[in-house]
Ligand binder design. Structure first.
Ligand code: AMP
Length: 437
């Protein structure tokens, strides 16, 4: 029988690497908490039409990459429906915002999420079919100030703080404005016209995009197309006064806060819902997939999926890529496994079943006592010979505690510290304090 493996594009995350994942997630929660964000958890699958309407039919995500299936009805009262594993989380958050009428609170909703997303992309380093995002959204009625450029700048400043606190050095913030939907319409028209004489010379994807969604031409990575794309009109020239002012206010606030950025006119991003501010943070250590995170403003998204007007701005960070970046910064040094405070080695004659049972039970009782005192403990096995216990302890723990029949009776335990080599005898009542040191 052939051995079963994790599906292409998915992977297992194992200790000790998962400790790094946990640290990143804990830092994100701590930073988001300081900016008064609360956590939201939405379902991993949603009605397919949420993404078709919310993300956009013509995007790569919706047209090629979604895991969609027909979920058959199980009862007469149910209908079959098309479901999709979420390829991103913003549409789900906005769906929840509408469903729970969060806009009626009159407050800005500041929500963050951490979880897996699914896209059928070609797997490579930093690109997986199941990957993890940490993201946040600021969304609310206009009266709550949800359209203010201050919100954009604050979100960007928060991201800069998060990356700094994680210890990621050398990140770059690329910033653009794709304008209002009217500006985009105008720009799309300008692009469409400019593409007519040149599109024959471009890749097949661009030829299709030139007709269906010219903005997406700017995402093209085909080297031969780049000189042509450089000659196309820039979106900055299609922005109306309001959009220009909005963008100028975002950059003024970033300047005041001392957050560095570069303008990138081609940053239109792969999702259709963006309006005005769009951004990406990149890192040189990532190679071809150099985007650490991306996001932007989506003032029309709620209405596009049937909700009230609810302007918003958000981002999604690729957690897999944060991990890769931190690992590449640390060099190739393997992540050291953290050692527990002590290894308890129950010792009994393996041939005496009664004694073995007693000493193992006593081992569990001692481990329970110490763990409840806050210590990290590995519990050995009474049938191991002394050398085997020492070898196992040395690999996992800073100290070994011997618990043989004599120790059990006298209540005096033998402790050996592996780093100093010192062996001590200590009364059971003082053991926890000694191990905590
Ligand atoms: P997006 O939702 O496409 O705006 O992506 C936001 C961020 O998620 C990107 O900047 C990446 O860091 C990460 N990301 C997107 N797709 C993948 C993928 N297939 N594998 C790993 N990370 C991804």
């Amino acid at each position: 029988m052939s051995t079963l493996k994790a599906v292409r594009g998915t992977r297992d995350l194992l200790p000790p690497e998962t400790a790094l994942w946990n640290r990143i997630e804990a830092t994100a929660r701590s930073v988001f908490g300081r900016y008064n964000f609360g956590e939201i958890r939405t379902p991993i699958f949603e009605d397919t039409s949420l993404f078709a309407r919310g993300v956009g039919e013509e995007t790569d995500i919706v047209s090629k990459e979604m895991y969609t299936w027909e979920d058959r009805a199980r009862a007469q009262s149910e209908k079959s429906q098309m479901l999709t594993l979420r390829p991103e989380n913003t549409a789900g958050v906005v769906r929840a915002y509408i469903e729970h009428k969060l806009g009626e609170t009159g407050q800005l909703q500041k929500l963050y999420y951490i979880g897996p997303q699914f896209r059928r992309e070609r797997p490579q380093k930093g690109r997986y079919r199941q990957f993890f995002q940490v993201g946040a959204e600021v969304i609310g009625p206009q009266s709550a100030g949800s359209e203010s450029p201050l919100r954009d700048a604050e979100v960007l400043e928060m991201l800069a703080t998060l990356l700094d606190e994680l210890g990621i050095t050398g990140w770059m913030l690329h910033l653009n404005s794709v304008g209002s939907s009217a500006d985009r319409e105008r720009y799309n028209q300008a692009l469409r016209e400019a593409l007519v004489p040149v599109q024959d010379k471009m890749c097949v994807d661009c030829q299709r995009r030139a007709v269906t969604n010219p903005l997406r031409v700017l995402d093209c990575k085909v080297p031969e197309d780049q000189p042509i794309i450089e000659t196309l009109p820039k979106i900055a020239d299609s922005l109306d006064e309001e959009s220009k002012e909005h963008f100028a206010a975002v950059t003024a606030a970033l300047d005041a806060a001392g957050v560095p950025y570069t303008r990138n006119y081609r940053l239109v991003r792969g999702l259709d819902y963006y309006t005005r501010t769009t951004f990406e943070f990149t890192h040189g250590g990532l190679g071809a997939q150099n985007a650490l995170l991306g996001g932007g403003r989506y003032d029309g998204l709620s209405e596009a999926i049937g909700g009230p007007k609810a302007p918003g701005i958000g981002f999604a960070i690729g957690l897999d890529r944060l991990v890769l970046t931190l690992q590449s910064q640390a060099g190739d040094a393997p992540v050291a496994a953290v050692k527990v405070d002590a290894y308890i080695a129950p010792m009994a004659d393996a041939k005496d079943a009664e004694k073995l049972k007693t000493i193992n039970a006593a081992g569990l009782a001692l481990a329970r006592e110490l763990r409840r005192a806050g210590l990290s403990i590995e519990l050995g096995e009474g049938s191991f010979r002394l050398k085997k216990s020492f070898d196992a302890a040395d690999k996992t723990a800073r100290r070994i505690v011997i618990l043989g029949e004599d120790e059990l009776q006298s209540g005096i335990l033998t402790v050996k510290d592996f780093s100093s080599g010192v062996q001590t005898k200590v009364p059971r009542a003082e053991l926890a304090a000694l191990l905590a040191g």
